[in-house]
Design a protein around this ligand. Sequence first.
Ligand SMILES: NC(=O)c1ccc[n+]([C@@H]2O[C@H](COP(=O)([O-])OP(=O)(O)OC[C@H]3O[C@@H](n4cnc5c(N)ncnc54)[C@H](OP(=O)(O)O)[C@@H]3O)[C@@H](O)[C@H]2O)c1
Length: 301
Amino acid sequence: MSDPRKVVLVTGATGRQGGAIIQNLLSAPDMAGFNIIAVTRDVASPRALKLGANFNVSVIDGDISQPEAIFQKVGPVWGVYSVQVNSDTEEKQGMAIVDTAVANGVRHFVYSSGDRGGPEKSPVNPTKVRNFAAKYRIEKYLVERAMASPQKMTYTILRPVTFFENLAPDIHGKGFARMWEQMGDKKLQFVSTQDIGRVAAYSFMYPDDYRNVALTLVGDELTQSEAEAMFKAAVGSSMPMAPCPVASTVKFLLKGTVGDMFHWFEREGYGGDVAACRQLYPGMKDFKAWVEDNKGQWLST
Ligand SMILES: NC(=O)c1ccc[n+]([C@@H]2O[C@H](COP(=O)([O-])OP(=O)(O)OC[C@H]3O[C@@H](n4cnc5c(N)ncnc54)[C@H](OP(=O)(O)O)[C@@H]3O)[C@@H](O)[C@H]2O)c1
């Protein structure tokens, strides 16, 4: 007898968003009737081994630059969760997996993109930030290919704002915190990757409700100095930050990516509706809740 469970292929499964979607599906009763195929380039990594220890999760070796080879390893796939990392090949990879999904009869495709100024601006605003513009073009391609697909593949585009998880205790996190502080009174919007995973899981569990929509995901909006008080209350010390000249130099040297992105944060910025999002998804983390849940990483350093 064939397995009646729907198969969802998750790219970036060992990463922040992909990991969160799997965690959210795992906590649904009977995994909401899904089997998950988790894609990684290293099936022997600790994260991959941990994923593979879960019932109904199969970990497979694959490179998203060759999506056809991934699909050839597995049987029919009902749903795809697609995420790429920022790189010169992001656009090519993002479009190739759309093509492969269409060719393999996938029914529902979830693409993790990024917000570009809210629901009105995002569809018409590629921005000058390189990886934001790549996501804009992948979105357009997905919509076009899904609409024209023989199976009428449906899609959900998730547009998260900045991840709270950027604020890690490492050098990257310290640099990010300083660049945020350098924005002064301009607020920055944030969301937790756990909440992105939650909404991505819902979009597979309730595909009719998430059919052909694009959603900006945001949990809070604040300046670094507003966050500082909450950070101090939770952690007991100031938010660690890289020295100003280091942060400014990084923005200058990485002008096409980090530099342009912070320039955009300051001049334009995300356009998520925090209250509406939190109403739609009760319990969505704001900074206070996120730092409280994650303070252990600073306390142990
Ligand atoms: N950081 C933010 O604030 C923010 C905000 C909005 C949007 N975004 C977007 O989020 C995306 C990154 O998502 P994330 O932070 O969840 O990623 P992540 O934690 O960096 O994880 C990415 C995963 O992708 C896998 N991967 C990378 N290259 C691959 C390849 N060629 N083939 C197969 N797998 C590959 C890696 O798995 P293996 O090593 O196991 O293969 C890795 O675990 C970027 O596009 C970024 O622009 C980020």
